[in-house]
Design a protein around this ligand. Structure first.
Ligand code: NAD
Ligand code: MG
Length: 389
């Protein structure tokens, strides 16, 4: 029996993870559910999944969570705050952690899971972008298994099962749907709204990653994520726009062989791989009928219309604190865009401005990375205020 902590339980990945868990009552059990602010949504999940522990990030939500659990007659224990979450993730309450909090807020709990040697189903790509070396090193030292559940990285993980395959790896081909604005020129992106940006053609996801998909920053974050997970530098990672979102990524070997993983765009497949690995388990996702789909197209990304992808490659090459700065500035810019304080094209402009203002320094410690993250947020907030004035 795997005892699973689902962090970000009320989100899109959280819902997919709980769906897979509920299909396997003999082998999977949700023992810890954690969410950010939405107490009612967390209580509803507790009534269905009856975890041992429920954690709300925001202290203000604690009394409502505690009283709601009591009123529902549940024995689930209520907790609040980062420290409580880290202690539960590191302790006996779980052996497996679905890391699906959005943004840099997911780093402390993901790191705690790595240090405690847990199996980590890693969706929270921002934690790798911010502190990839530290996180991978912590996982290695404690014997934690990281199974990426970002669909592209899960595909690569499935194509690279052992060290022998790794040795012959030539490059990684990361596929991208292109997002809702694929094919538009830069000047056609001026007035796009948050509603248009989060209407993703192929995947149903939370608002932040949906905007990242529309700017192609999501693919940029994934390039950095792939670098840390698979030890490949940016010059060996190629991004291919593949609008059907059926080929989730490919790996090319030195002998001319290319392997790909295909499937319907549904995150439950990647999550089931993470829970079952190295075995397979049913996910609720149907098989792929290639005859019904008919064709698979590939095209290069348009870096002029979508400069965020270029900025991410540059930040990876610059190294040190640059990816942390890129990620923090992007979180601020996306949030301002969703609040209609800035326009769509201001997102890459703000990220570039912040990267220029804060040149990279060595990412020698978690403290140095946290400091870079905080400085970048301050700078981007000020620039956002100026841009929206
Ligand atoms: P979402 O917005 O739907 O859900 C985010 C979850 O995080 C919610 O449960 C929210 O309550 C929780 N949360 C936010 N701040 C928190 C905090 N400070 N402490 C604790 N919990 C907090 O987002 P999502 O689409 O599920 O994405 C989650 C992560 O998975 C992101 O890092 C995203 O990039 C990654 N991811 C998502 C998908 C997808 O298909 N949705 C695919 C690949 C990767
Ligand atoms: Mg992805």
């Amino acid at each position: 029996m795997r005892r699973v902590a689902v962090l970000g339980a009320t989100g899109s990945i959280g819902a997919s993870a709980l769906d897979v868990i509920a299909r396997h009552p003999q082998s999977l059990r949700a023992t810890v559910l954690a969410a950010g602010r939405n107490v009612d949504a967390l209580l509803a999940l507790c009534r269905t999944h009856r975890p041992e522990h429920a954690v709300i990030a925001d202290d203000i939500g604690f009394p409502a969570l505690r009283d709601g659990l009591r009123d529902a007659g549940l024995s689930t224990q209520a907790h609040a705050g980062d420290d409580a979450l880290e202690a539960l993730v590191a302790g006996d309450a779980c052996d497996t952690v679905v890391a699906a909090i959005v943004g840099a807020a997911g780093l402390p709990s993901t790191l705690a899971a790595a240090r405690a040697g847990k199996r980590i189903l890693l969706a929270n790509k921002e934690s790798l972008v911010l502190a990839g070396e530290l996180l991978m090193q912590a996982a290695h030292e404690a014997g934690a298994t990281i199974v990426p559940v970002d669909s592209e990285h899960n595909a690569i993980f499935q194509c690279l099962p052992d060290a022998h395959a790794h040795a012959g790896l030539k490059r990684i081909l990361l596929t991208a749907s292109g997002g809702p604005f694929r094919g538009r020129r830069r000047e056609e992106l001026t007035g796009v709204t948050p509603e248009q940006a989060i209407a993703h053609p192929k995947w149903s996801m939370g608002p932040k990653i949906s905007v990242d998909s529309a700017t192609l920053m999501n693919k940029g974050l994934e390039v950095i994520e792939a670098h840390h997970l698979f030890g490949v530098d940016g010059d060996r990672i190629q991004v291919l726009v593949h609008p059907q979102s059926l080929v989730h990524s490919l790996v090319e070997f030195i002998d001319g062989s290319t392997l790909a993983q295909l499937g319907l765009p549904d995150m439950r497949t990647a999550l089931a791989v993470g829970f079952g690995w190295p075995e397979r388990m049913a996910s609720g996702v149907g098989g792929l009928d290639l005859l019904a789909h008919g064709r698979l197209d590939f095209e290069p990304p348009d870096l002029a219309a979508f400069p965020c992808l270029r900025l991410a490659f540059e930040a990876l090459a610059a190294g040190g604190t640059a990816p942390a700065v890129l990620n923090a500035a992007n979180e601020v810019a996306v949030s301002a865009f969703l609040q209609r304080r800035i326009g769509f094209l201001a997102i890459p402009a703000l990220v570039e401005d912040t990267l220029t203002a804060l040149p990279p320094t060595p990412a020698s410690s978690l403290a140095a990375l946290r400091d870079a993250d905080a400085q970048a947020r301050r700078h981007a907030e000020q620039a956002t205020t100026r841009a929206s004035a």
